[in-house]
Design a protein around this ligand. Structure first.
Ligand code: MTE
Ligand code: MO
Length: 393
């Protein structure tokens, strides 16, 4: 499930040595100068988890559409939003290439465009459910959204630059920067993540300028961001500045000190790997945890399910704490790398009582959402089945 080119690097040993500090929340260096069209300090419809830098989540209980409207799409930023102007912006393609070049906004938008729907989920979504509590943003269920993106395949730019023999990864660097605190580098660093070359060359790996049919908002990466369908959100670098092809692994802060998980080698050793492909997961939007449901009523249980490089094959619901499971109905709207909405008509018992509802997704590759948390995943990839406590009265 994870790229082998990312595994077994000696530098992860250094990161491992600093393990306890990986959850440190980066501090910011300055207040955002950029403004969303609406007041930047207020994002109606989102729940604030942190201000300055602004991190906000979608109230998942209000899920009512396949596409998440832009003003309801979660925001995850490590530093303050850079103030950028499309007509002054350009991205540079450099490194292990034959012909490094720079391309501006208008020229980029003139290239062969693709539009696709893709889900982004923060690797920390659901962190509040972890026991013991982890440092880092306490996302509930709303660090996830499903949007339509328009842009150009990163592959087209890499082709123009001419990737040299021996290229291994492509680093995406953002315009935002700040201090991350010890044990990170002492000075400011930009947000940056690398992709294996194979992933960078997939046609659906986009440099996007539109979200849901309009230009990106400042918080979501204006003027141009990467969208890496099938991977956790941290790979979809916003406010793109540079694209650097390398012939060696990139061991940046955001893929060694943070956004990493433990994996087991065939010999049973633990080795650190960057978070990459999405795990199969479903979330119930309603009922909310501890919601009261009228005894004897017909209740529409609903939510969303998603996975990485596959498709949702089935979502099952349990209304008896996991004793028995019944398939939910999958809604018609489906596309690869998007989420799939589901619903289930629950006949609430006639007598009062407390019940535990659960949803469990399976994808076409045969992966099943786990019932228990895998502690090797540290504070990321929180995909285990959640127990929704409901009171029938
Ligand atoms: N330049 C930059 N890109 C970034 C980030 C960031 O802090 N800086 N955060 C990443 C993370 S962790 C996530 S989950 C997604 C969130 O994208 P969104 O804010 O548009 O929802 O952006 C990613 N891209
Ligand atoms: Mo994230």
């Amino acid at each position: 499930m994870l790229s082998r080119s990312f595994v077994d690097r000696r530098t992860f040993l250094r990161a491992a040595a600093a393990g306890a500090a990986t959850a440190a929340v980066p501090t910011l260096s300055r207040r955002s100068a950029a403004a969303d069209p609406a007041d930047p300090a207020h994002y109606p419809g989102l729940i604030t988890r942190q201000s300055n830098p602004d991190n906000l989540e979608f109230p998942f209980g209000s899920l009512n559409s396949w596409i998440t409207p832009t003003d309801r799409f979660y925001i995850r930023s490590h530093f303050s939003v850079p103030s950028l102007q499309a007509d002054e912006w350009s991205v540079r393609v450099e490194g292990h290439v034959e012909r490094p070049f720079e391309i501006g906004y208008e020229e980029l938008r003139g290239l062969q465009a693709r539009t696709l729907v893709a889900l982004l989920e923060c690797a920390g979504n659901g962190r509040i459910f972890l026991q013991p509590q982890q440092a880092g943003l306490r996302w509930e269920q709303g660090g996830v959204g499903n949007a339509e993106w328009t842009g150009v395949s990163l592959a087209a730019l890499l082709e123009r630059a001419g990737v040299k023999e021996g290229a291994l990864e492509v680093i995406l660097e953002g315009h935002d920067q700040g201090k991350v605190g010890a044990p990170g580098p002492a000075g400011e660093i930009p947000f940056a993540r690398s992709l294996p070359l194979e992933r960078a060359l997939r046609p659906e790996t986009l440099l996007a300028w539109n979200m849901n049919g309009s230009e990106l908002t400042p918080a979501h990466g204006y003027p141009v961001r990467a969208v890496i369908p099938g991977w956790y959100g941290m790979a979809s670098v916003k406010w793109l500045k540079r694209i650097i092809v390398t012939d060696r692994p990139f061991d940046g802060y955001f893929q060694t000190f943070s956004y990493t998980i433990w994996q087991r080698t065939p010999q049973g050793l633990a080795t650190l790997a960057p978070v990459s492909e999405l795990a199969v997961k479903s979330q119930i939007a309603r009922p909310l945890s501890h919601e009261t449901v009228a005894a004897g009523s017909e209740y529409r249980v609903h939510g969303a399910a998603w996975t990485g490089d596959s498709e949702i094959a089935q979502v099952e619901i349990s209304t008896d704490g996991g004793e028995s499971w019944t398939p939910a109905e999958l809604d018609a709207q489906a596309s690869r790398h998007a989420w799939r909405l589901f619903h289930y008509q629950w006949q609430a018992p006639k007598s009062p009582g407390d019940h535990v509802l659960m949803s469990r997704a399976t994808d076409a590759a045969g992966r099943v959402q786990p019932l228990e948390r895998d502690e090797d995943l540290r504070d990321a990839m929180i995909s285990h089945v959640q127990r929704i406590h409901v009171r029938v009265r």
